[in-house]
Design a protein around this ligand. Structure first.
Ligand code: DC
Length: 225
């Protein structure tokens, strides 16, 4: 079977990975894996069930038994539309907590790998290039300063009419980064063969261009896309 082309985009929260991954997938006509959504769903389901988010015996079965449906750009958990609910800062923090449990990561592994289908896959997350798709030929690590990431998040939330406080956001982002970077399993680090892009002073169009260039170099057949 022909090898499926894969681009991994890893990086901390607010680095712009989600936007860049979606744009690049659209240009290339490839599938998109938003792996953070799977951790967010697990965190949401565990929180709703009232279980301890750090207890492997409680959260691993939650991850294994998630009843998720995607449709019309929405995400349903047990039939409930949770598209917006899983995007809040609290949901992100709960996701980061369950994501530190090795059994949860193991439970989500095959599900993530199943996204690799023709014509190709753009995989967005924290450990896409290091653990889930280590053999991907195109790997990006997208970074930006914590202040800039908090500012972007602040603007996104304000635009949605959600009232937030910037210094509180910076503190939350730093707390989440610390947990994601220092956990014992699949910590947030660039893969050795990843191209690191610091987007602090770059706009989205420029980042998308750089990422596409990197893809074209290793997968020349995508140049016409
Ligand atoms: O990308 P995001 O903000 O939706 O991710 C939410 C949390 O899920 C993040 O803080 C850490 C965790 N996560 C992870 O551990 N591994 C991934 N591949 C994706 C997300």
């Amino acid at each position: 079977m022909a090898e499926i082309p894969i681009l991994t985009i890893d990086g901390p929260s607010g680095s712009g990975k989600g936007t860049v991954a979606a744009r690049v997938a659209e240009v290339l006509g490839w599938h998109l894996l938003d792996s953070g959504a799977l951790y967010r769903l697990t965190g949401y389901a565990a929180h709703k069930a009232g279980v301890d988010l750090a207890d492997p015996a409680a959260v691993a079965p939650t991850a294994r038994n998630l009843q998720v449906n995607f449709g019309d750009g929405k995400i349903f958990l047990d039939g409930e539309d949770v598209s917006l609910a899983i995007r809040t800062e609290t949901a992100g923090n709960n996701a980061s907590k369950v994501a530190a449990v090795p059994e949860v990561r193991a439970a989500l592994l095959d599900w993530q790998r199943d996204y690799a289908k023709a014509a190709g896959l753009v995989a967005d997350g924290r450990d896409m290039g290091t653990v889930v798709f280590p053999r991907a030929k195109a790997k990006i690590f997208l970074d930006a300063s914590a202040e800039e990431r908090a500012r972007r998040r602040y603007k996104q939330l304000k635009d949605k009419g959600i009232d937030v406080n910037l210094s509180g956001l910076i503190a939350e982002i730093e707390e989440r980064d610390h947990r994601d970077r220092n956990r014992s399993v699949a910590p947030l680090v660039p893969a050795e063969d990843a191209l690191v892009i610091d987007s602090t002073d770059m706009n989205v169009d420029t980042v998308v261009e750089r990422v596409l260039q990197a893809v074209h170099e290793v997968y020349p057949e995508t140049r016409t896309a």
